[in-house]
Write a protein that binds this ligand. Structure first.
Ligand code: DGL
Length: 258
């Protein structure tokens, strides 16, 4: 049976819109609801319990709206709340983690030097420790929190190249980038900075993120349950935000349009 029930997608703020877009591109028949919790962003500097409570509130709302699946378009909320959500709700909960496996696999078996950019919460949680454990015997992995990259997006400064480049250099200057193979964008806000990273780092450095893999995973999970939307449905997107600042809706539409 197909299902035209919506897929609920959420993030601490605007970053997850990049994931919603990827899902829409892959599955244009799906009805999507995106919820950005900008009133409570950033999540990355909050306690795990706080992020769990905020995530559960959003998930309850998606359940009330009849969602057939929830996508946690936020590495931070996944680290803090995915397990709890899976044990609470009986619809699929699809989370995200920094694409470290992809970065290491792209090395074709050679030891890789990888910088993982993410939030402080993601990098300190056990989920990332377990992921790192799988790869750190063979590869050199550096953890780099970049909290200001979240604030720049939420504050509407994303197009201010001077601010962005200064911030990025502040995070990257300490590394010998000639020896780095990949930079992982392990926070959905960071995926918007791909071109800025590209312009700053040597050409051989790969810049990887998990958005496409997540969209494919959502499709596979729904296909397996026979719950994809019918092909003749024209998929819709509803962009919601918890902030009452009217600028947030403008920014939501801007990031959806990218
Ligand atoms: N976009 C989020 C992520 O993928 C977190 C940003 C924040 O700190 O709120 O981790």
């Amino acid at each position: 049976m197909t299902s035209n029930a919506p897929i609920g997608i959420f993030d601490s703020g605007l970053g997850g819109i990049s994931v919603a877009k990827e899902i829409h591109t892959l599955m244009p028949s799906e009805n999507l609801i995106f919820y950005g919790d900008s009133a409570n962003a950033p999540y990355g500097v909050r306690s795990t319990e706080d992020v769990q409570a905020l995530s559960m509130r959003i998930a309850d709302d998606f359940i009330a709206r009849g969602a057939k699946a929830i996508v946690i378009a936020c590495n931070t909320a996944t680290s803090a709340a995915a397990q709890l959500m899976r044990s609470t709700y009986d619809i699929p909960i699809i989370g995200m983690e920094p694409a470290l496996k992809l970065a290491c696999d792209l090395g074709g078996g050679k030891p890789q030097h990888v910088i993982v950019t993410a939030t402080e919460l993601t990098l300190r949680e056990k989920k990332f420790a377990a992921l790192m454990h799988r790869f750190s015997a063979t590869h050199t992995i550096e953890k780099q929190p970049c909290p200001a990259l979240v604030d720049i997006i939420e504050n509407g400064q994303f197009e201010d190249a001077e601010v962005v480049n200064k911030t990025l250099r502040g995070y990257l200057d300490a590394y010998d980038l000639d020896s780095v193979n990949s930079i992982v964008l392990g926070c959905t806000h960071f995926t918007y900075y791909r071109d800025y990273f590209r312009a700053l780092v040597p050409q051989h450095v790969r810049i990887v993120d998990g958005n496409e893999g997540t969209a494919r995973h959502v499709r596979d999970v729904l296909a397996e349950r026979d719950e994809l939307a019918s092909n003749n449905n024209e998929g819709t997107i509803i962009l919601l935000n918890s902030s009452d600042d009217p600028r947030m809706m403008e920014l939501s539409n801007y990031f959806w349009s990218l």
